[in-house]
Design a protein around this ligand. Structure first.
Ligand code: ZN
Ligand code: ZN
Ligand code: FE
Length: 750
C-alpha cells in the first residue's frame, strides 16, 4: 500500500533552507518524490508508506527550518506514485505567484564556530553564511530566490562551494550567498581619494588598526555603510559628531557579545535575548554609570543603544577591540549610503573606508528597539524585520506612502502587508529616490501592482504630493486615525469593531486644519471620531517652534493665563527681543497655529523644569523628562489636568508646576507628577468613553508612546480597570508605523 500527497507551502519559505530541509526529512522517512520553489510557494510531492507520509505532514508543521515562517499549507492527493528517490527540482516562475523573501539574518552559531576554527576552510572568511543565516532581503534582486537573482550572481562558485551547494546533506545546500576565501567577495580598505587600496585580510587588519588609532572608519555592512570609531575615546566621537552635525543624539555602540553588553549596561533577560536574536537590532538599555564608554557616545542620557555584531565581518572587526560606536553612514538629512559609487558622499564623514565587492541591492538601516513591559517596542524598523509581512486580511493591492518624518511605505496583497525599511525624513531629493527604490523593490519582490495609493491628509507632506502625481486614485487618511489603525492591524483586530484609540504625538494634520497630537479617537477601519482632545494652544511659528521648547513653554504659559515670570527657566532662556515678538504674535494671533499636541506639552514642561530649552533631535526634551521622572525617590507632585467635556485643559497642571518651580521644589517630583497626570488623563478619558459607548479595548499609539514610563503606566492602570490594552510590537508607535495603518484602512474600505 503506497500513499501519495502534495503539499503547497506559503509564507517565508524561500531562502531559508526549506527545500534541503524537506529533502532531509523525506529521505529520513524513506519517501520518494520531489520538492521545488515557484515564485509563489514551495511545493512538495511525496510517495511512500501511509504512516510515513503522515509523519512527513506532521514534521512540515511542527519542525520547519529556523528562519521559515509558514502561513499556509495546502494538501492534495499528489502524483508522485511512480517516483523513485527524492530530489530537488528546478525553480519555476509562475505568473501571479507570491512569496515572501526572508529578512537578513545575523550569523548563526554554527557559522560563527567555523569562523573561529583555524581548521575550517572558512576560518576568518568575512562572508561566511549558510541556509540558516546571512543576507537575504538586501541582496535579492528578483524572484525566485536563486543565486542568479541575487547580488552574488557575479561570483562563480569554486568547485568545493559548488559541491556543498548541491549536496542535500550539507548545511549550505542551496544557500544562495555561499562563498569562501577562494570564490567569495573581497574586502578593500583605503584612506581616501587617490590612496591605494589594501585588500583581503590585510584590509581587515588595516581597518582595525585605524580604529585603534582613533580614526572614523566607514564599514560596508548588510544594508548600507556604517561609521565606526572607538566608543571609549572622546576624540574620534567628537570628530564624528562635528562631521555628522549631530551634537547630542546618542550613537549606538557595538559590543562583541552579551557579556560585554552587561559590562556597559543593566541588561534584562528579555533585552539580552533581543540583542542576540537573528534580528540583531540596536537595543536601548540602561547604561551603567562610570563605565568605560566615552561620555560623548550618549551625552546626558542614561539609555544607551547597544548591538552585537550582525555579520561575520562585524565579528572580525570587533573581536578584542574596545566597544565601537556604529552609526548609519549618511550625511545629515540624506538617506543611507549603500553603493560604492556613492562613497564620495561619505569621504568628509570618515578617515577611511572598509568596503567589499558584494553589492547591496536594497538598503536597510539598523533596527532600533526598546523592551517595555517585557516585550519588544520597535523604535526604528528595518534590518532583520523587513520584509516580514503583517497579516492584515483583505485581498486588495494598495501602496501606503506613510508620513513625512521617519518615513516607511507599505504594500499589500493577498492579506499580507509588507512594510518597507525606515527611509528617513522626506523633503530631500535623494530621500524621495530612496523611497521610490523601496516601493519598486517591494513591488517586484512580491509581484504587487497596486492601483490605489494611501497618503496622509497633510497638504505639505511630500509623500502625499508624490502619491497624487503617480496615482490616479489616492485615498487620504487622517494622521492619528492611521496611528490607531497601525496598532489594530498588528493585533489582527476586526476592521469593523471600533476601539478607543489614544494617539499622542508631536504633529499631525487634523481634520479641522489645525495641528493635532493629543487625541482620543473612537476608530475602526472605516472611520475615526474625535471624542476627546487637549485644549488647543496657539503656537507662534507652528512647527518651527519644535526646535525651541522654551518658546513652546511661553506659548503654553500664555494660553494658561500665566505670567512670564523672569524666575521661570524658559523666560530667561528666550532672548528678550524674541520674547517681545512672541508676545506680540500671541496677542494678535498672527502666524499662530493652534495645536493639541501632547509632544509639545512634554516640551513645554521639560523647559519649565529647566531641563532643556532647545533641541537638536526629535523628542530630546521629552526623553529628558522621562529620565528625570525615573529619579529614585521622586514623588508625585500631584498637579492634574482640568478634564471637562471632550477637552482637557493643562492650565491648572501648568499653574501648579510654575508655583512649585518658583518655590524650588525638586524637579524630579514635578517630572514624575507630570507623567502621573498624563496617565490619569488617559484613564479618565477611557473610562468616560467606555461609559458612553460600551467599548473596552484601548490602543495606545503615537510617538509619545515611545516613552516606556507612559506605556507601562497607562497599560497597568487601564488593565487594572478592566480594559484590554493594545500596544505596538511589530511597527513603531512613531510615524514609522503610519504606512501600515494607512494600508489597513484602505484594504478594509468597503
Ligand atoms: Zn549560518
Ligand atoms: Zn568557494
Ligand atoms: Fe504622528
Amino acid at each position: 500500500m503506497r500513499a501519495t500527497a502534495r503539499f503547497e507551502v506559503r509564507g517565508v519559505v524561500q531562502g531559508v533552507g526549506f527545500r534541503p530541509h524537506v529533502h532531509r526529512v523525506a529521505r529520513a522517512l524513506g519517501l520518494d518524490g520531489w520538492v521545488g520553489n515557484d515564485s509563489g510557494q514551495v511545493f512538495v510531492e511525496v510517495a511512500g508508506a501511509p504512516a510515513d507520509v503522515e509523519s512527513f505532514a506532521a514534521a512540515l508543521v511542527d519542525a520547519p527550518p529556523p528562519l521559515a515562517r509558514i502561513d499556509e499549507i495546502r494538501r492534495s492527493a499528489g502524483s508522485a506514485g511512480a517516483a523513485r528517490g527524492f530530489r530537488i527540482v528546478a525553480s519555476r516562475v509562475v505568473a501571479g505567484g507570491r512569496t515572501s523573501v526572508p529578512p537578513d539574518s545575523a550569523i548563526c552559531g554554527e557559522c560563527l564556530a567555523e569562523l573561529r576554527d583555524p581548521a575550517d576552510r572558512r576560518f576568518r572568511h568575512p562572508f561566511i553564511s549558510c541556509t540558516d543565516c546571512g543576507p537575504r532581503y538586501t541582496i535579492v534582486r528578483s524572484l525566485p530566490y536563486d543565486r542568479a537573482g541575487t547580488t552574488m550572481a557575479g561570483f562563480a562558485m569554486c568547485a568545493r562551494c559548488r559541491d556543498e551547494y548541491h549536496d542535500p546533506d550539507d548545511r549550505r545546500h542551496h544557500a544562495q550567498p555561499i562563498a569562501c576565501h577562494d570564490c567569495g567577495p573581497t574586502l578593500a580598505f583605503d584612506t581616501g581619494a587617490g590612496a591605494d587600496s589594501v585588500v583581503g585580510g590585510a584590509a581587515l587588519e588595516a581597518a582595525r588598526a585605524a580604529l585603534v588609532a582613533g580614526s572614523v572608519v566607514a564599514v560596508k555592512a548588510l544594508g548600507g555603510f556604517q561609521l565606526a570609531c572607538d566608543a571609549t575615546d572622546d576624540a574620534p566621537i567628537a570628530s564624528l559628531r562635528a562631521r555628522k552635525h549631530r551634537p547630542d543624539k546618542p550613537f549606538a555602540v557595538m559590543v562583541t557579545d552579551v557579556d560585554a553588553a552587561v559590562d556597559l549596561a543593566h541588561v534584562t533577560d528579555a533585552e539580552a535575548d533581543l540583542l542576540a536574536s537573528p534580528i540583531r537590532p540596536v537595543v536601548l538599555v540602561r547604561a551603567r554609570r562610570g563605565g568605560p564608554l566615552s561620555a560623548l557616545a550618549a551625552p546626558a542620557n542614561p539609555l544607551v543603544g547597544l548591538l552585537l555584531p550582525s555579520t561575520p565581518l562585524h565579528h572580525l572587526l570587533a573581536d578584542d577591540l574596545p566597544p565601537l560606536v556604529l552609526t548609519s553612514a549618511n550625511p545629515s538629512g540624506e538617506p543611507l549610503v549603500h553603493r560604492d559609487d556613492d562613497l564620495d558622499r561619505l569621504r568628509s564623514l570618515c578617515d577611511a573606508v572598509l568596503t567589499h565587492d558584494r553589492p547591496i541591492h536594497a538598503p536597510c538601516d539598523d533596527s532600533v528597539v526598546r523592551v517595555v513591559g517585557g516585550t519588544v517596542l520597535p523604535i526604528r524598523r528595518a534590518r532583520g524585520f523587513v520584509p516580514t509581512p503583517v497579516d492584515v486580511g483583505g485581498r486588495r493591492e494598495v501602496l501606503a506612502v506613510g508620513g513625512e518624518l521617519k518615513n516607511t511605505c507599505c504594500l499589500t496583497a493577498d492579506g499580507h502587508a509588507w512594510v518597507g525599511p525606515h527611509v528617513g525624513d522626506m523633503g530631500d531629493l535623494r530621500t524621495t529616490r530612496a523611497f521610490e527604490d523601496v516601493v519598486t523593490h517591494l513591488a517586484a519582490l512580491h509581484g504587487v501592482d497596486p492601483d490605489l495609493a494611501v497618503a496622509d491628509a497633510h497638504p505639505g507632506y511630500h509623500t502625499r504630493t508624490w502619491a497624487h502625481e503617480v496615482f490616479d486614485d489616492v485615498m487620504e487618511v487622517q494622521h492619528h486615525h492611521a496611528h490607531v489603525a497601525a496598532v489594530l492591524a498588528e493585533h489582527g483586530e476586526p476592521p469593523d469593531r471600533p476601539v478607543i484609540g489614544v494617539a499622542f504625538d508631536g504633529t499631525g494634520y487634523g481634520l479641522d486644519g489645525t495641528v493635532w497630537g493629543g487625541e482620543l479617537l473612537v476608530a475602526d477601519a472605516r472611520s475615526a471620531v474625535r471624542v476627546h482632545h487637549l485644549a488647543p494652544v496657539p503656537l507662534p511659528g507652528g512647527d518651527a517652534a519644535i526646535e525651541h521648547p522654551a518658546r513652546v513653554a511661553l506659548a503654553h504659559l500664555h494660553a494658561a493665563g500665566l505670567d512670564w515670570d523672569p524666575a521661570l527657566p524658559p523666560v530667561g532662556a528666550v532672548d528678550p527681543a524674541v520674547r517681545t515678538a512672541l508676545a506680540r504674535q500671541l496677542a494678535s494671533g498672527t502666524g499662530c497655529v493652534p495645536t493639541t499636541s501632547m509632544g509639545r506639552l512634554f516640551d513645554a514642561v521639560a523647559s519649565l523644569l529647566g531641563l532643556r530649552h532647545s533641541v537638536s533631535f526629535e523628542a530630546q526634551a521629552a526623553i529628558d523628562l522621562e529620565i528625570t521622572a525615573a529619579t529614585p525617590g521622586a514623588v508625585d507632585a500631584g498637579h492634574r489636568f482640568a478634564i471637562r467635556d471632550g477637552v482637557a485643559d493643562p492650565a491648572p497642571l501648568l499653574r501648579g508646576i510654575v508655583e512649585d518651580v518658583v518655590a524650588g521644589r525638586d524637579i524630579a517630583d514635578l517630572a514624575l507628577g507630570f507623567h502621573v497626570a498624563v496617565v490619569d488623563l488617559v484613564v479618565t478619558w477611557c473610562e468616560r468613553t467606555r461609559a458612553e459607548r460600551v467599548l473596552d479595548t484601548v490602543a495606545l499609539t503615537g510617538g509619545v508612546f515611545q516613552n516606556a514610563h507612559l506605556v507601562e503606566g497607562c497599560s497597568r492602570a487601564l488593565v487594572e480597570r478592566g480594559f484590554r490594552v493594545l500596544t505596538h510590537r511589530a511597527v513603531p508607535p512613531n510615524d514609522g508605523g503610519l504606512s501600515l495603518g494607512q494600508a489597513w484602512i484602505a484594504v478594509h474600505r468597503p
